[in-house]
Write a protein that binds this ligand. Structure first.
Ligand code: G1P
Length: 297
């Protein structure tokens, strides 16, 4: 079984749901507490043993490339000011030289097309895919969990979570087959099924381990849901010749692509921090009580 060494992180999306902020700041650079959203996906990838990350970017996303580079003036100032803790944490967050590649998706044709743009850099190896809008929250990262399943099952592995049945039309949904380790075999996959047409309430939560044959299928994939080239549609075709497994995530994902999910992620991560968690809990409690009083008035 080939090792999964590389991960793809698509960051070309326009972020229209966060306008006007995203007029000049890529949505992946919006912070959850004090780290940009994209940093969480990168940390999760390296935690799972990934050695190289391929970012699929687009126009006006240079801030992401700059973010993963050294800023000598800043490092010098921190060092001179004796801010060793901040200096150390910035250094720790920096990917090793040569461990990132940036390639561009030249047109917003969908997730399937974005993944296809990474084909030459990935080559003939299995790879991980992390959708950075979905921020993993749990003891271990979601990718590490599905890599564990992959090391037993091989094939293709996707992370899933259960959603309210009324929400299945928002996601890729999988059908549940027999058990495989801590996961199960996938019987079918549907991208954004019409209400009442979902095979289950297990939705694809944005973490995948895929075999490179997906690229040949993406090359001629027709447009699907929303008029976009959908990754799930190519996965359905790959499932004709390869196995797909799903692993229900032990933690949970926050959907930072929506305003509510982004705010929820900020509160959850802040509450879990030893430096600010206690204060934030008090502040949130105060806000909720004040809100209740206003409603009662
Ligand atoms: C994409 C995938 C979908 C998955 C979702 C998770 O959809 O196509 O299968 O469930 O991410 O966020 P999008 O959110 O880009 O519409």
């Amino acid at each position: 079984m080939k090792k999964v060494r590389k991960a793809v992180i698509p960051v070309a999306g326009l972020g229209t749901r966060f306008l006007p902020a995203t007029k000049s700041v890529p949505k992946e650079m919006l912070p959850v507490v004090d780290r940009p959203v994209v940093q969480y996906a990168v940390d999760e990838a390296f935690e799972a043993g990934i050695e190289h990350i391929v970012f699929v970017t687009g126009r006006n996303k240079q801030a992401i490339e700059d973010y993963f580079d050294v800023v000598p003036e800043l490092m010098g100032t921190l060092q001179q000011g004796g801010k060793t803790e901040q200096y150390g944490s910035l250094e720790r967050l920096l990917p090793q030289a040569g461990s990132t590649t940036f390639t561009r998706q030249q047109a917003p044709l969908g997730l399937g097309h974005a993944v296809w743009c990474a084909r030459d850099v990935i080559g003939d190896e299995p790879f991980a895919l992390l959708l950075p809008d979905m921020v993993s929250f749990g003891k271990r990262g979601c990718l590490a969990e599905i890599m564990d399943v992959y090391s037993v099952s091989g094939g293709n592995v996707i992370a899933v979570e259960q959603c309210d049945p009324s929400e299945t039309h928002k996601y890729g949904i999988v059908g549940r087959g027999g058990p495989m380790g801590s996961g199960f075999e996938v019987t079918e996959m549907v991208e954004k099924p019409a209400p009442g047409k979902a095979p289950s309430n297990f939705y694809i939560n944005g973490r995948y381990v895929l075999q490179p044959e997906i690229f040949d299928l993406l090359e001629n994939q027709e447009r699907g849901a929303g008029g976009e080239i959908q990754l799930t549609d190519a996965m359905v075709r790959l499932a004709d010749s390869q196995k797909f497994y799903a692993k229900p995530f032990d933690g949970r994902m926050f959907d930072c692509g929506s305003k509510e999910g982004f705010i929820e992620a900020n509160v959850a991560f802040a509450l879990s921090r030893s430096d600010i968690g206690g204060t934030v809990l008090e502040l949130v409690g105060d806000l909720i009580r004040a809100h209740g009083r206003r409603d009662a008035a």
